[in-house]
Structures are given as structure tokens and as C-alpha cells.
Design a protein around this ligand. Structure first.
Ligand SMILES: [Zn+2]
Ligand SMILES: [Zn+2]
Length: 666
């Protein structure tokens, strides 16, 4: 008999010792079926993390686990090393990391059996598609990466429309020719239809799999197996795919590396981009992080020569110019429902010329709040520290944080006043307003309400591509990576709101968003124009946008961060607590801050516990404690010691807590 230490899908994710039958197949990384619970009457799937001769448990307490009769080879040492790193760095139990890295189907005793359609490459194509010419900068970028076979991190900074994807495609082709696999991370599923299409056209004889959480369980497991067994040569996935074991991995690409959706916001809170870099280092591979507006962290790495900077400063389609961006001072202007006469006139001209326009407003719904002017009632969410949003399209008041919804009341629930009014503006209101001004225009709204799933989203994209819409009204969903050849005008409204947000990362995010959305204008042979309405036209952020000056603005922000001692010049973690009362949460955090072990780490600073900005979510009161250090090793040494002590603190009233390393939101 041998002892196997198992990662099991059970609360707290402790590792458990089991007996296993000797077998020539027995290896670390195989899956087993293990009895669980007091009477051993439930079964769980586990992964063997370690094999040993003996256990610290008395023999009579050891239950026996059985190897699964499954053709899946054992998970590789590389996979475990990546999981171990993630577990240490992000302060998450190893078992949790391992299990969340696997597709759900592999963790079930009886996974749903669906038609096991075999994945295969498209029909064999003899004639290779004609490749677009590379410009000199693209050529240089491809050359720089292709010559490296060891760990080499690259930051590919390319203005919108500069042909970053073409660089990726060339690099992928080179890897495939060498018999290697490529992992391409993309931030959100809504981006992938176009990317997927480009890949399948370019590599018709190659098996390409997509890995994302919108896939059905069976499909996801199938794609994962194909990647792990080396059949799939290109894996395109969202953040969860960063763990996918690939036997012949030769290159990792992280597209839109600045995108916040690479950060997992619950369970094990990790950054897939940062893990991708670690994975490349571990496997001694080149990695390319691409963006038109790199994260300040990556930009700073490039500045210190930790990453090699590759620049694409020109648009790839020859003659295509960056759009002319104009900030329109609306302070002394009479706006019609938030739209300036200039923007309306510009929209009118595009309609006459049969070109497309996009009006960008990053707030969905009809209005952010419903209010009663008579008594001051507003549509607060009873469960969250937030307002419920007016959705006129389906007559609902909906909380965007917890999902709670009710019908829009006919009268004020407090005083009975019938003249309750929606305040502020969301995409639905903008849409109906535009429909009033341009009754003959075909207006299409694109946000999470109109594109709830991939199917709806693809249908909307197809409609736009086919020229079936004249004016698009959309949120950031429309801002990312799409190519609409007839789109020549972008109007931006309501951007000022993010300018003075309390979150110190807000300017970085707003800049990226505005740069992305501006990049939608004029991508082919038609010149583009961007009109940005603002009451603060002199703001440095807008000046930088107008000048298309990402490097300049990044320098400004980095200087501010250096002076303020913010990341990337300091390292942070956050301890959050949630409880039925704010007092319970704050008391716990204060106890955590007062623990004696804190004194042993003089370079680690703990701030006062404070309520979170969204201080109530689904009836839970939330508070946080910021931990900061100028030294990453110091912070990393402190956190596990502290976490262990935290786990021993008495917890009242179902209080829950977690630690997040490198938090993006506060
Ligand atoms: Zn009222
Ligand atoms: Zn709510």
C-alpha cells in the first residue's frame, strides 16, 4: 500500500491522505475516486499531489482511494509548479488552485455525457492564404520575438489598428512550423468571434480550441483534453486557461494585457497576466504582452528593461490615419438631452454619407436612479450600498451589484407622488433620445442587456458588419478590438464622471477605455473623427488623448504613483471581511492589525480598517484593511505567517474574510 496526498474539492481545500492500491500506473497527477465524509458514504474526485510511504494519520483512519479508469495521462510537474507558485503568491490553498485549474467535468464522478463530437481542424486547404505585407515595425517585432527560445518577456505596444494581431499570427505560424503549441489569452469572450475567425482562416489545417466559461461543460472538457494531449496546437482562452497544461508549449501571447478581466475577483484572486509571465519564466519561453494602452505595471517593467519594448506606432493599413480627436467644451453649451449641437450635426453628416457612427456611454440602463422630487425617495437597493438602475426597456428597477429587481413603481412608494423621475442617463435613454432626433436612422444599442450571451453578441456584431446599423449606442463592450470598416465617427458622452473618481486607478482605466473606443473610428480607407464632450477640456488626461500620447501620459501617471508611493512602486495586499454588521467586520480587521506577528515585519505597513466603497453587498457589510510594503519579498514573507494566525482568530456571526494580493479594486 502507498499513501497518496490528495487535493479534494471540499471546503477549505486541505490536502488529505488516502491509501492507494499499488499499480504500475500510479503517478502523481492522476485522478482518483475517494470516499469522503464521516461514514465514507460520499465520493469525491481528487488529484494525487504527492505519493508517500507513510502518513501521519493512524492506519485505521486511512480510507482507500481508487485510480480512475480513465485514459487521461497524469498532470505534469510544470502544472504543479505553476499551481504551487500561484498558491504561495496569492495566499490560496494548493488544493483550491489545483482544482480550480481543471475543467469542471474532470472533477465530477458522473460528468454529463453529451454527444462526444470529436474536435478536428477545418477542411484541408492546399493553397495558403495570401499574407498581408508587414510594415517595418511589425517586421522588427516578429524578428525580435522569433529569435528567442528562452524566457524573454516582450511588451508589444501598438496604437489601435497598428496590426498587433498580424504580429501574433506570424509568431504563431513560426511556432507551429517548429512543432510547438501556442497559448493565446484574450480578455473577454465577446472579443473572440473575430479573433477566432482570423485564426481559423489563417491556420485552416490546425486544430484550434477555445477555452472559456461560456462553453458547455462537455465542450470545455473536450477542448482542455485536446490541449493537454497535444492535439490542439493553438489554445485561445480567457484567464482560466492560463493553467491549461500543454506538452509542446512554445509561446504565450497575452492580448490586451491591461484588461482588468484578467483579474479573478472571487475564489482564488489571481492575475492571469502575471501568472502567464511566471509560467513563461518557469517553462523558459518567450511571452508577448500586447496592448495599445499597456498597464502601468508592464510599462514600468519595460522602462526598467525587465521587458523588451516593441513599438507599433503606425496603423497597419497604409494610408489609414489615427482619428482626429476633439474635446468639445460643453460648459456654456445648450445640450439636448446630453448631446451637443456639434455631435448631432456630425451624426447627421455620417447618416447622409451612409457611414456608421458610435455614441459611447459607459453606463447601461435607462437612468442610474429613480427619484421622487416631492419627498426625496430614491431607488436604493435594500441589500446593497447602491442605487437600483432604471431599465425602461423591460420596465424594471435592477441592482447591478446583486441583481435584485422589481417592476418600476407607478408612484413613489413613500409619499404616493405619481411624478417620480429617472435621473441621469444610461444607454437606453441615449438610444431613445437619438431615435427622437433621427427618426429614420437605424439605431442599435450594444451593452450587457442587449448582448446577454455569445449568440446575441455575435448576431449584433454580424448586423453591424453587414451595415445594418447607422448609429451604435454602446458601452465598453463595443470599445474593444473590433474592426468596423464603415465606422467613421465616435462620440463620447459622460466620460467626466470617471475623471474624479476616488479610485486612484481610475485615470489609467479611463485613458485606456477612451483610447480603445477612439480607435474604432476610421480603421480602413475612411478617415475617423472623435468628439469627446467634457466640462473639463483642459484636464491632462484629455490633452493626452487628443495627442494620442499614451507614453507621455503613462510617464505622468507613473511619476504621480512614485511620489504617492503607490504600485508599481509599492506592493499591496488587502484583507477584506464581510459580516452581518459593520462593527463585526471592523473589529475583526482591527484584531488582525493588532496581531503580534505584525511587529516582526517593520517594512510592512498596515493601514486602518475602513468600510469598503460598496460597503454593503447582498446584506453583508464589508470592510477592508490595506497592507503595503516597498519590498515584495517582505510582503510575501509576512502574508503566510499572518494568514495562519488570522485563521485562528475567533470569528463571530458567520464573518468571512479573504486576502487579495495585488488588488485592482478597493
Ligand atoms: Zn415621494
Ligand atoms: Zn443590490
Amino acid at each position: 500500500m502507498t499513501i497518496a496526498r490528495l487535493a479534494l474539492d471540499v471546503p477549505l481545500y486541505r490536502l488529505f491522505d488516502y491509501r492507494v492500491e499499488e499499480s504500475p500506473r500510479l503517478r502523481v497527477g492522476l485522478r482518483v475516486k475517494a470516499p469522503f465524509g464521516n461514514f465514507g458514504n460520499r465520493e469525491k474526485i481528487g488529484v494525487i499531489v504527492e505519493l508517500a510511504e507513510k502518513s501521519e494519520l493512524p492506519p485505521e483512519q486511512l480510507k482507500t482511494a481508487e485510480l480512475l479508469d480513465d485514459e487521461l495521462p497524469p498532470l505534469t510537474p510544470d502544472f504543479f509548479r505553476l499551481c504551487e507558485f500561484a498558491s504561495q503568491y496569492y495566499q490560496a490553498p494548493l488544493g483550491e488552485v489545483i482544482l480550480q485549474a481543471l475543467p469542471p467535468g474532470l472533477k465530477k464522478l458522473h460528468p454529463p455525457q453529451r454527444r462526444a463530437r470529436k474536435l478536428k481542424a477545418g477542411k484541408p486547404v492546399k493553397t495558403a492564404p495570401a499574407l498581408p505585407d508587414l510594415n517595418a515595425e511589425q517586421e522588427a517585432a516578429v524578428h525580435a520575438v522569433q529569435t528567442r527560445q528562452d524566457y524573454a518577456p516582450f511588451l508589444l505596444y501598438g496604437v489601435t489598428g497598428s496590426g498587433k494581431t498580424e504580429v501574433y499570427l506570424r509568431l504563431i505560424a513560426l511556432q507551429l512550423a517548429k512543432g510547438k503549441q501556442v497559448l493565446l489569452l484574450a480578455p473577454e469572450i465577446n472579443l473572440t468571434p473575430q479573433l477566432e475567425a482570423r485564426l481559423t482562416t489563417r491556420f485552416p489545417n490546425t486544430l484550434i480550441v477555445m477555452l472559456h466559461s461560456d462553453l458547455g461543460e462537455a465542450a470545455r472538457e473536450r477542448a482542455w483534453r485536446c490541449a493537454f494531449q497535444g492535439e490542439a496546437r493553438i489554445v485561445v482562452g480567457t484567464r482560466l486557461s492560463v493553467f491549461t497544461p500543454m506538452p509542446d508549449l512554445g509561446l504565450i501571447i497575452v492580448d490586451e494585457e491591461h484588461d482588468a478581466s484578467y483579474k479573478q475577483q472571487d475564489g482564488m484572486r489571481y492575475s492571469a497576466r502575471d501568472l502567464a509571465v511566471f509560467r513563461a519564466r518557469l517553462a523558459k519561453l518567450p511571452i508577448v504582452l500586447g496592448s495599445a494602452t499597456p498597464s502601468l505595471e508592464s510599462w514600468a517593467h519595460a522602462g526598467h528593461n525587465r521587458y523588451t519594448l516593441l513599438c507599433l506606432r503606425e496603423r497597419a493599413v497604409s494610408g489609414a490615419q489615427l482619428p482626429a480627436i476633439r474635446v468639445l467644451d460643453t460648459r456654456r453649451m445648450k445640450l439636448a438631452d446630453g448631446l451637443s449641437p456639434q455631435l448631432i450635426e456630425a451624426l447627421r453628416q455620417r447618416l447622409a454619407a451612409k457611414e456608421q457612427s458610435l455614441v459611447f456611454l459607459n453606463r447601461r440602463g435607462y437612468a442610474p436612479v429613480l427619484a421622487c422630487p416631492a419627498c426625496g425617495w430614491i431607488s436604493r437597493c435594500p441589500r446593497c450600498a447602491a442605487n437600483r438602475v432604471v431599465h425602461l426597456a423591460d420596465q424594471r428597477l435592477r441592482c447591478h451589484h446583486c441583481g435584485l429587481e422589481t417592476r418600476i413603481p407607478r408612484a413613489c412608494p413613500t409619499c404616493g407622488n405619481q411624478d417620480i423621475l429617472p435621473f441621469g442617463r444610461g444607454t437606453q435613454r441615449l438610444e431613445s433620445m437619438l431615435a427622437g432626433v433621427f427618426p429614420d436612422a437605424r439605431i442599435l444599442r450594444v451593452d450587457r442587456d442587449s448582448a446577454k450571451n455569445r449568440k446575441q453578441w455575435e448576431a449584433l456584431l454580424a448586423q453591424i458588419q453587414a451595415g445594418e446599423a447607422d448609429i451604435l449606442v454602446g458601452t465598453q463592450m463595443l470599445a474593444k478590438g473590433h474592426d468596423f470598416p464603415r465606422l467613421t465617427l465616435v462620440g463620447v458622452v459622460g466620460a467626466d464622471a470617471a475623471l474624479f473618481a476616488a479610485d486612484w486607478r481610475a485615470p489609467e482605466r479611463l485613458f485606456a477605455q477612451l483610447m480603445q473606443v477612439s480607435g474604432r473610428a476610421g480603421r480602413a480607407d475612411l478617415p475617423g473623427e472623435v468628439i469627446l464632450q467634457s466640462e473639463y477640456p483642459e484636464h491632462p488626461l484629455y490633452r493626452a488623448i487628443t495627442a494620442h500620447d499614451y507614453p507621455g501620459y503613462a510617464e505622468t501617471l507613473l511619476n504621480e504613483r512614485r511620489q504617492a508611493g503607490f504600485p508599481p512602486y509599492a506592493y499591496q495586499a488587502i484583507l477584506r471581511a464581510e459580516a452581518a454588521s459593520m462593527e463585526t467586520a471592523l473589529t475583526f480587521l482591527q484584531q488582525a492589525a493588532n496581531l503580534p506577528c505584525v511587529q516582526d515585519y517593520p517594512d510592512v505597513a498596515l493601514y486602518d480598517p475602513i468600510p469598503m466603497r460598496l460597503f454593503r453587498l447582498m446584506n453583508q457589510e464589508r470592510a477592508q484593511l490595506l497592507i503595503e510594503s516597498p519590498s515584495r519579498p517582505q510582503l510575501q514573507a509576512f502574508l503566510p505567517v499572518w494568514r495562519e494566525t488570522l485563521a485562528t482568530l475567533p470569528r463571530k456571526n458567520k464573518l468571512r474574510w479573504h486576502i487579495e494580493v495585488d488588488p485592482l479594486e478597493f
